[in-house]
Design a protein around this ligand. Structure first.
Ligand code: CP
Length: 316
């Protein structure tokens, strides 16, 4: 694999999932593959799981890891081409990415959307420029529109917990939140589910439709209770409006997933990428109950990252 920024970069999805599941059983079987190779993890935004799981994944493969919180520790970055830099930005992304490529064999980048301009966010300016100017493979640690490492971990978790002899019904449900949240996780989850053999239903209040670029093959159901009927997996996530870009359109009363809602499902399992707002997106009782898969997802982040790094290292 050259880069990993979406499911479209994956040559064979089934092979990658099987590889990640195999690494979970034997994490150290490729511990010299990354010898004398350096992974740079560049964060423009906060992270707990992505940072630690990707660092650990690289260490399991024998890589050296450097982490930089570029938004706090680096120079203020300019991303617009051709501008006269006589304002607050100090370094152009062309020069910053180019320099980082001199020190790293692979670069991981987390760069969230600003939720001000849909056109700008969906152009994936930062990610695209890193790919263009770093000169080394780029690993998305969550970009303006997608979170593919999370989606791979989610797919592993579904594979491990799917009912026997049944095409799983997976429901992606919008949940309440207090502030505008990017569409990345929901976009990416829908896109990855669309590339595997599940029945995907997406439920949300009207106005929260995701871009059709990501939801091909999914059914949209505005009634959450109807959507939850017979679900095997309930993936809970908030996102802000794509149409009325970056806006919170409703408080989402009665959209929190509770035990009462889960009773509508087929003994369904609950998923969330974390961090989660307890008592707002998901009830404590569900998160702490036997049907919660959130820690399995967090655990699988490590092996998802390891499978992706292994694939990129093998093609260096
Ligand atoms: N799920 C996830 O990406 O977690 P972090 O934001 O903590 O990395």
């Amino acid at each position: 694999m050259k880069h990993f920024t979406s499911v479209h970069d994956v040559p064979n999805l089934e092979t990658l999932v099987q590889d990640a599941l195999a690494l979970k059983k034997a994490p150290y079987q490729h511990k010299t593959l990354g010898e004398n190779k350096t992974l740079g993890l560049i964060f423009m935004n906060p992270s707990l799981r992505t940072r630690l799981s990707t660092q650990k994944a690289a260490m399991n493969l024998g890589m050296q890891v450097m982490v930089m919180n570029l938004d706090k520790e680096g120079w203020a970055i300019e991303t617009k081409d051709g501008v006269i830099m006589n304002g607050t930005t100090v370094e152009h992304i062309k020069d910053a990415a180019g320099a980082m490529g001199q020190y790293c064999d692979i670069i991981g980048l987390r760069s969230f959307p600003k939720l001000q301009s849909r056109e700008e966010d969906y152009a994936e300016e930062m990610l695209t420029m890193f790919k263009q100017y770093a000169g080394v493979p780029i690993l998305s640690l969550e970009s303006a529109t997608r979170h593919p490492l999370q989606s791979l971990a989610d797919l592993m978790t579904i594979r491990e917990n799917a009912p026997q002899n049944k095409r799983p019904k997976v429901v992606l449900t919008w949940a309440p939140h207090i502030k505008p949240i990017p569409q990345c996780v929901a976009n990416s989850f829908a896109e990855w589910m669309g590339n595997t053999d599940v029945e995907l239903v997406i439920t949300h209040p009207e106005g929260y439709e995701l871009s059709e670029e990501f939801t091909a093959g999914a059914s949209i159901e505005y009634n959450q209770d109807k959507a939850l009927a017979d679900a095997d997996f309930v993936y809970v996530k908030n996102w802000s409006s794509y149409q009325d870009y970056g806006k919170v359109l409703s408080a989402g009363e009665n959209w929190m997933i509770t035990n009462e809602k889960m009773a509508l499902t087929n003994n369904g399992k609950v998923m969330h990428c974390l961090p989660v707002r307890r008592g707002l997106e998901l009830s404590y009782e569900v998160l702490d109950g036997p049907d919660s898969l959130v820690m399995n997802q967090a655990e699988n982040r490590l092996y998802a990252a390891q499978a992706v790094l292994k694939s990129i290292l093998s093609d260096l």
